[in-house]
Design a protein around this ligand. Structure first.
Ligand SMILES: [Zn+2]
Length: 324
């Protein structure tokens, strides 16, 4: 009796659709997704002002209602809502412990959204959500274990072990970007100095591009850009024609393999790296980063497979939302 009841419930869950929410600094994106990971409907809404938890809740609720009504469904026909949120998230409690991007501390996003909509809600860090999504439906689906690294405004990451998201203590065990790689180094947004994020993020690249342009007044970058126009793409635009730009982006990418060996403890079979840069011009085919990574990081480690892949959704987000 119990068995057949369980089987029936599992079948019911299989045919249910789910709602995914990606909270960003300027936009909240939503999607209705079926059990195979296909996106059936997408919508977006502007993010409320920083520090406005109630505004954030209202926006998420409005977005979900819009999608459910537009899809012609009922809330009860959905299996639940998964929210990816920037910052330190206690996923067990659905709590935003700290999010600098959203200006929120100890905000119980999961429970307030769940109470408002009467639906089951799970909240996790956005890089964790991306890692789990890619592991289940994307570039890592053939592997039981994978690590995803996101390069954007900051450096984030998620670890999937045996098909499950590994979040560590207080859901904060995979803050890859805040691994210190330089003692007393560049200041980081977390308040410490020398974190990977202070060297390998788009924010760091923009800062360094400006510095190197000022030091190299004959740089080709100066001919097209002034300092206000510099973006994360500037150095890559001139990677093949401007020596200063080439040195800059190779230097920036070289910082990643310094930090990542610490993650070898997970013995993963698949490494995924997502960033807008992989889509840029010929960089993926002539990728000096690939060889520098392999040499520094995986030499002699034939049990591991390294693959750098453009991850469509994250790249799209990086280009449109973070204006890389
Ligand atoms: Zn840091």
């Amino acid at each position: 009796m119990e068995e057949s009841k369980k089987a029936k419930t599992n079948t019911a869950n299989l045919v249910k659709n789910y709602i995914g929410i990606d909270i960003g600094g300027t936009t909240i994106k939503g999607a209705i997704i079926n059990h195979s990971g296909d996106i059936l409907r997408e919508a977006r809404i502007e993010t409320s002002a920083k520090g406005d938890g109630e505004g954030l809740r209202n926006n998420v609720v409005a977005l979900v209602n819009e999608m459910v009504m537009g899809y012609g469904g009922f809330k009860s026909s959905f299996g639940g809502i998964g929210i990816g949120c920037p910052g330190l998230i206690d996923s067990k409690r659905g709590m935003i412990v700290f999010s600098g991007n959203l200006g929120l501390n100890y905000y119980p996003l999961g429970s307030v959204v769940s109470d408002s909509l009467g639906m089951s809600v799970k909240v996790t860090n956005d890089a964790n959500a991306a890692a789990l999504g890619e592991a289940k439906f994307g570039a890592g689906k053939k592997y039981k274990d994978s690590i995803l690294i996101t390069l954007g405004t900051g450096v984030g990451g998620g670890i999937v072990v045996d098909g499950k998201l590994f979040e560590g203590g207080s859901s904060a065990g995979t803050e890859i970007g805040h691994t210190v790689i330089v003692e007393n180094g560049e200041p980081c947004t977390c308040g410490r100095k020398g974190c990977l994020e202070a060297y390998s993020s788009a924010t760091a690249l923009i800062r360094k591009t400006k510095e190197i342009m000022q030091e190299n007044e004959d740089s080709a970058m100066w001919k097209k850009y002034n300092l206000k126009m510099v973006s994360g793409k500037t150095a890559f635009d001139y990677a093949e024609t401007d020596e200063a730009a080439k040195v800059l982006w190779i230097g920036t990418l070289n910082t990643l393999p310094v930090a990542l060996p610490t993650l070898q403890i997970y013995s993963v079979r698949k490494w995924l790296c997502s960033a807008a840069v992989w889509r840029h011009k010929k960089i993926n085919s002539q990728n000096p980063f690939r060889s520098c990574w392999t040499n520094k990081f995986l030499r002699g480690k034939d049990t591991q497979v390294l693959k750098l892949l453009p991850l469509r959704l994250v790249i799209k987000q990086a280009f449109t939302e973070r204006q890389l």
